[in-house]
Design a protein around this ligand. Structure first.
Ligand SMILES: [Zn+2]
Length: 251
């Protein structure tokens, strides 16, 4: 996923300030266990099984099954900051215990989902998953399949299998590109199907999404890293990387 906010600050942390640093070293299961202990200090915490699923929306669920608690979260929340995960843990566990969700957590989670980039991401995913919308690689001015094959030759020795390629329905300035593993599809914002936008900008966005095919999401640790160190290192192979990023800022 490449969004415009990422271009402005690469930190990715959002509620980071003032939080215990230990939060950032917890796995999702550890977060749920800690929240469980806070809500039910006298009950031994069960085993937690946390998984990310490819949902059409951001719905998450929790249920008790053979002595353990199973949590299912949308893969839209992959890479969400730990405090957002923690908030969702409070929401789901409070629902399970029929307790009122503390306002601070309900608010924090809602704020996160309401972020513009999240809303766009959800919209895009509904487009792709809900209606299986895919425009095909041919735009009014540019062909994604040709650009893909050229990048494939230049950077991947022509070895990358071509995913489905399509243009977003609307010319989004927020989500510039997105790789959807469930449909093995790369969606590029229609904003790039325009001769006035330099080719370099489109090439970089497509290259970035191709790297997501190459480097799967890292599920180790509390923060599911979408842009791993290997990802960032591979991205540097792109010539004129900073020029390309500058172009995107100007869009
Ligand atoms: Zn990305």
């Amino acid at each position: 996923m490449l969004n415009s906010e990422e271009m402005q600050d690469g930190s990715g942390s959002w509620f980071g300030a003032g939080l215990q640093s230990s939060l950032f070293f917890e796995t999702p299961a550890e977060i749920y266990t800690r929240v469980f202990r806070a809500l039910r200090p006298r009950t031994p915490a069960p085993a937690f099984h946390v998984e990310f699923r490819r949902f059409v929306n951001a719905d998450s669920s929790i249920r008790l099954e053979s002595g353990g608690l199973h949590v299912r979260m949308s893969d839209l929340l992959e890479g969400a900051p730990a405090p957002v995960m923690e908030s969702l843990a409070y929401i789901l566990l409070c629902k399970l215990f029929r307790k009122e969700v503390p306002r601070v957590y309900a608010h924090r989670y809602r704020l996160y989902l309401n972020r513009r980039d999240m809303r766009r991401k959800m919209h895009l995913i509904r487009e792709i998953r809900g209606r299986k919308f895919l425009s095909g690689p041919e735009g009014a001015h540019r062909r994604l399949d040709e650009i893909f094959e050229e990048l494939n030759r230049r950077f991947f020795n022509g070895l990358m299998g071509r995913p489905a390629l399509g243009w977003s329905r609307r010319a989004s300035r927020n989500v510039l590109g997105h790789f959807d593993p469930s449909h093995n599809a790369i969606i590029i914002s229609r904003i790039f199907d325009d001769p006035a936008v330099p080719n370099l900008a489109l090439e970089y966005v497509l290259f970035h999404e191709m790297l997501h095919l190459r480097f799967p999401v890292d599920h180790n640790g509390a923060r599911r890293r979408v842009h791993t160190r290997e990802f960032r290192a591979a991205e540097k192979a792109f010539p004129l990387l900073s020029e390309a990023k500058q172009l995107l800022k100007k869009l």
